[in-house]
Design a protein around this ligand. Structure first.
Ligand code: PEP
Ligand code: MG
Length: 757
């Protein structure tokens, strides 16, 4: 073979010619493997394509028995080829037969070949097949040969992704790219969404693989890299980035990666092998993604996905924003798929198109999830790898009840879900029919069902759900989705809008509950705490930062001028905190009245019962306030020492249990004795069986997410409360009787036809 025919550049040039010529897909593939074998001086070159059933099928070969094409097959993980596909890493062996994974396939006649080099065919981090060269001689292929074969594999990746090979597959067998995938994540916001994928960060499709001139491409890369570095420096220099904390850490690591010599060297090498600058970024990014998929260390994963983000930014620099499919029309049933996203970014999508959200990150308390929940969109988080697996416009189902995501679902899965959605819609209609009915049990006991809210997007639900008022308005949400501290005017404007939307219905504003898991990235004074849930948060922070507290109180007092104002203090631990807060409120009232501002007609001050210590000071608590609201999310977390945000232990302990119900009963008794109004506003209130338990121990005011009101009302309407109370209270009192309180409720409901869904 002539010297001039060797080398990856020449190979890529030849492949490009083959790709440009019109010919049948099988012939194209055959010519490609022949060209590779010739260029790499290999006796064998074979291409295996991954099918949807997890089998790698031999699609083309030079050197092995041609009759084995479309017959020879290996499962993922089986043999050398299967191991390469499942690990997404190359294998370079001088004596292939000695490798423990080696598996002899008699139909191929490969026994005479000793050395073996195989690389995965990758695209956007997914393995689509395997490309192999083999030689009789015992040789170790050089680093440059591995690199050359990987680059060549990219061309095959494009061929597979473009759908050209579909026609070659056996009838009824799909290639892996169209495989249905089910991913189990974490259910973060209730509901079911059927629709089509919209990638939040549109995938940039590099179609121009081959370069004309390496030097020009290296220059393009250098200039894109320097503007990328400048952008990062710029972001770091901006004043609103807090000096500590996550934002800064991420940007610092971006800066480090953007200067990483190893990365730049790999990019340049790929260009020298004949790729364009953008194709080289995609190649290196693909290798990285494949590696990421096998890394389990969360810290490393995070760092590697920073790299992934950076590569996306670099691709955008190189190709310009226009080439991205950002402007494509949103489907009417959009399901957003993203690694992570900000709350404000979600609000940029038109609500009417949104059917769901799938995140690779995301936790119950992340801002975007809070906003999505307020918008009534189902969310699944922690769906690892979903971005790389999805393509725009793929069919997808988000199950915000189980945490499942079905990508490109099978028809029977789709039919089953469509039925579920219809069923839920029928139920919703039934709940709407109940909207104006009072919440009264069969035996005439009345209840007040309020809703929890925190954002303007929540307000339409006040009427739609039939809530009698807002039992918990989480004022910190406005702070959590903002870029900086909301100004006094913005706070007052929000509170006025809420009161206006509520009309005559009462609204209970909770003073700022920041700290703990409710982090404000721009809050520079926030300390790094070892145990933030037990730290400087909620009322503790308000009392220590009276400026912040006073601004909020003033905004509330002004907004409620001429009507009743209800304020509730979060995370009270000690009665003294209520007295201190009251003194600050009184001073604000005096201040406003001195300056002639209108004032609320009546001020009601309440405390949340979230810290177990207060359970042992109930008499004083009841006398110190106008109302008490049990924050069962936190009270349960602290009583059982169970982090409410940790999915691993989330279902370990049961709030509808003897000890917790006993604690709640003691609160009910103290409230009755002192004539103090009592509400419960944690998530417990929103599920019908839990709500029945709370009703049975005497809680009459429940505040829940708007979606819970219909189901809870339907359950109450069908219940003979006296009978249920007798059954449950007996179970609570009897130390030697049944232990499963929820089952007691469920059995009762079953027996008496009480709907619990
Ligand atoms: C609670 O703790 O139950 C509660 C309602 O407050 P949050 O969920 O906002 O902490
Ligand atoms: Mg709380």
């Amino acid at each position: 073979m002539r010297e001039a025919d060797a080398g990856p550049r020449v190979l890529l040039k030849r492949l490009r010619e083959i790709m440009a010529e019109p010919m049948e897909p099988q012939e194209r593939l055959d010519r490609i493997v022949r060209q590779i074998a010739q260029n790499m001086v290999a006796e064998v070159c074979s291409a295996y394509v991954l099918r949807a059933d997890g089998v790698l099928e031999l699609y083309a070969t030079v050197g092995l028995n041609p009759n084995a094409v479309h017959l020879s097959a290996l499962r993922l993980g089986q043999g050398l080829v299967g191991s390469i596909a499942s690990s997404a890493r190359p294998l370079n062996l001088a004596e292939a037969q000695k490798h423990p994974a080696f598996e002899y396939l008699p139909e191929t006649g490969e026994e005479v070949y000793n050395s073996f080099l195989g690389v995965p065919i990758l695209r956007a981090g997914r393995t689509l097949g395997v490309l192999v060269v083999q030689n009789e001689a015992h040789r170790v292929y050089g680093e440059d040969e591995v690199e050359a074969l990987e680059t060549t594999a990219m061309v095959l990746g494009e061929l597979i992704a473009a759908g050209d090979l579909k026609r070659l597959s056996t009838a009824g067998i799909e290639l892996d790219l169209t495989r249905p995938v089910t991913s189990n994540g974490q259910a973060l916001a209730e509901g079911i969404g059927l629709g089509h994928v919209v990638l939040h960060e549109p995938r940039i499709v590099v179609t121009n693989l081959f370069n004309e001139d390496s030097d020009t491409e290296i220059e393009r890369l250098a200039s894109a890299l320097s503007s990328l570095r400048l952008t990062i420096d710029d972001m770091l220099a901006r004043r609103e980035i807090a000096f500590e904390g996550e934002h800064r850490d991420v940007l610092e690591s971006y800066r480090m990666f953007a200067h990483d010599k190893g990365w730049v060297r790999r990019l340049e090498e790929a260009i020298r092998n004949g790729l364009t600058a953008e194709a080289s970024v995609e190649k290196v990014q693909s290798d990285m993604r494949a590696r990421m998929s096998v890394v389990s260390d969360p810290y490393l994963r995070e760092r590697m996905s920073d790299f992934d983000d950076l590569a996306n930014r670099l691709l955008r620099e190189l190709m310009g924003e226009d080439t991205a499919s950002r402007d494509e029309k949103l489907p009417p049933d959009t399901i957003i798929v993203a690694r992570s996203m900000g709350a404000a970014e979600l609000l940029d999508y038109p609500r009417k198109n949104l059917r769901g959200l799938v995140l690779e990150d995301g936790a119950a308390t992340s801002h975007v999830v809070i906003v999505a929940r307020a918008m009534g969109i189902p969310v699944v988080g922690q769906a690892k790898g979903i971005v790389a697996l999805s393509e725009n416009a793929d069919a997808i189902i988000v199950d915000g009840l189980s945490g499942d995501v079905h990508l490109r679902p099978q028809p029977d899965v789709e039919t089953a879900y469509a039925e579920k959605v219809r069923f839920r819609a029928r139920r919703q209609q039934e709940y709407r029919d109940l909207r104006d009915k009072p919440s009264m049990t069969k035996d005439g006991q009345s209840f007040n069902l309020h809703m929890n809210a925190g954002l303007l997007v929540d307000l339409p639900q006040l009427d739609e759900s039939g809530a009698v008022g807002i039992g918990l308005f989480r004022t910190e949400l406005q702070f959590m989705i903002a870029e900086t501290f909301p100004r006094a005017e913005a706070q007052e404007a929000l509170y006025s809008s809420v009161l206006e939307a509520a009309g005559k219905k009462p609204v209970t504003f909770r003073s700022l509950d920041i700290g703990g898991d409710k982090v404000l990235p721009y809050f520079r004074g926030a300390p790094q705490e070892e145990n933030p849930a037990l730290g400087w948060r909620a009322i503790r922070l308000s009392l220590d930062r009276p400026g912040l507290f006073r601004t909020q109180l003033r905004a509330l007092l002004k907004a409620a001028s001429g009507r009743e104002l209800r304020i509730m203090l979060p995370m009270v631990t000690d009665i003294g905190e209520i007295e201190q807060a009251r003194a600050i409120i009184n001073r604000e009232v005096q201040h406003l009245s001195r300056f002639g501002h209108g004032l609320p007609t009546r001020l009601r001050l309440g405390a949340m019962l979230e810290v177990p210590a207060l359970l042992f000071d109930l008499e004083a608590l009841m006398r110190a306030v106008d109302f008490v609201s049990i924050g069962s999310n936190d009270l349960f977390q602290f009583m059982t020492a169970t982090d409410r945000g940790n999915p691993q232990i989330a279902s370990r302990f049961e709030p509808i249990s003897r000890p917790f119900l006993r604690a709640l009963r003691s609160v009910v008794r103290a409230a009755e004795k002192n004539g103090t109004a009592l509400t419960l506003c944690g998530e417990l209130a929103g599920s019908p069986d839990s709500a029945l338990a709370l009703a049975a121990i005497g809680i009459r005011d429940l505040s829940m997410s708007a979606a819970g009101i219909g189901p809870v009302k339907a359950a109450l309407l069908a219940t003979d409360l006296a009978a249920l109370s007798a059954t449950l209270n007996e179970a609570i009192e009897n130390d030697h009787g049944v232990t499963d309180m929820r089952k007691t409720i469920r059995d009762f409901a079953d027996k008496h036809d009480i709907p619990l869904t």
